[in-house]
Design a protein around this ligand. Structure first.
Ligand code: CP3
Length: 335
């Protein structure tokens, strides 16, 4: 499988491609299934429908990998924190005050349908398409649990200074729960897993080390003991100058890059041979045309001769025309 060969460190031209949020609202067939499911959480917890929306973008564009359809906030919900998605506003949780409401023992029962989706996908995906399982990185999930919504994560950042013990307790629970959750996904047939630390960049260096790198390291180490040879992609978004330290210490096999990090700078900061994934600006996929064509050509040039998986620097937005996605795949396949 081309995707897994690159993840193992091989430089392959043309490189494999998949896109973060490749299943989503820019696809009319996704919107149809989502309407049938009623709401987003019900869709995540319905194995037949989640399987279908995972497959849609692979069928349409022939991506080299499929990513399990679910959400990083299913885990805190499974642990017992309320979760709802406000229409057009994003996720809402009751900001966590007391870790006593979290019950790791019940989590597996709640996320069982997600594991069932992985099981089904293993049977229905084309043999040449890799299946990516995922979870949120503990720091990112804690941001949503403590603030209750996206935005500046002010409460989380204040707590990190004023009640670090509380933040540590939340992270400890998340590390253990994430190991179990990802381990179940690998056992059910995920070829590799990705840790989405989308808000890693809100933490200053000392906290980045303690709240991002160390918990990610514990998860990677445990998964590698349990599942020999399992590959892990880390996505410490907006890590800036701490990217190299993350790459050396977290124990990931590949690094997802955001769009503000240059491929050359990332390569210089990382151990030799580090597999990179990314990092087109999602805005270019909305714009298409000359701007996108030029950026893709430049990315392919920078990636040539190195292990690289083409992706965006963050998720696809709902306003992306499908034709631009098809064009991107065509350009990448030409090499
Ligand atoms: O195709 C895929 O990439 C797989 C599925 C996936 C989703 N969310 C589906 C989704 C994955 C891997 C995620 C990860 C996720 N979820 C992250 C990390 C990556 C990132 O984007 O930074 C985060 C922070 C979340 C939390 C989350 N989920 C937010 C903030 C939102 C609202 C924003 C929005 O786009 O509406 C979601 C909702 C969500 N997750 C949607 C999808 C397809 C849209 C829901 C809908 O259909 O209404």
């Amino acid at each position: 499988m081309k995707f897994l060969d690159v993840l193992a460190g091989e430089a392959i031209s043309p490189p494999p491609i998949w896109l973060m949020r490749q299943a989503g609202r820019y696809l009319p067939e996704y919107r149809a299934v989502r309407a049938k499911a009623g709401d987003f959480i019900s869709l995540c917890l319905n194995p037949a429908l989640a399987e279908e929306v995972t497959l849609q973008p692979v069928r349409k564009f022939g991506f080299d990998a499929a990513i399990l359809f679910s959400d990083i906030l299913i885990l805190p919900m499974a642990l017992g924190q309320g979760l709802r998605f406000a229409e057009g506003e994003g996720p809402r949780l009751p900001p966590l005050e007391d870790i006593g409401i979290l019950n790791p023992d019940r989590a597996a029962g709640v996320y069982a349908p997600v594991i069932e989706t992985v099981n089904r996908l293993r049977g229905s995906l084309p043999r040449e398409t890799a299946l990516i399982g995922f979870a949120g990185g503990p720091a990112t999930v804690a941001c949503y649990m403590l603030d209750g919504q996206g935005g500046g994560f002010c409460r989380t950042r204040e707590l990190a200074y004023q009640r670090p013990g509380f933040v540590r307790d939340v992270l400890d629970i998340l590390v253990e729960a994430t190991i179990e959750y990802l381990s179940a996904q690998v056992q059910a047939g995920a070829d590799c897993v990705m840790l989405f630390e989308s808000w890693a960049g809100v933490f200053p260096p000392a906290q980045f080390r303690e709240f991002v790198i160390e918990p990610n390291r514990r998860i990677c180490a445990a998964l590698k003991v349990r599942h020999k040879g399992v590959r892990i992609i880390g996505f410490p978004r907006l890590a800036g100058l701490l990217l190299g330290e993350y790459a050396r210490e977290a124990g990931v096999d590949a690094l997802g890059l955001d769009s503000v990090t240059s491929i050359g700078a990332a390569r210089a900061a990382c151990p030799p041979g580090m597999v990179l994934q990314g990092n087109l600006d999602p805005l270019l996929l909305k714009l298409g045309g000359r701007a996108m064509d030029d950026a893709v050509a430049q990315l392919l040039d920078e990636a040539r001769g190195h292990p690289h998986i083409v992706n965006l620097g963050h998720g696809i937005t709902p306003d992306v025309p499908e034709a631009h996605v098809a064009r991107l795949v065509e350009l990448v396949r030409r090499g």
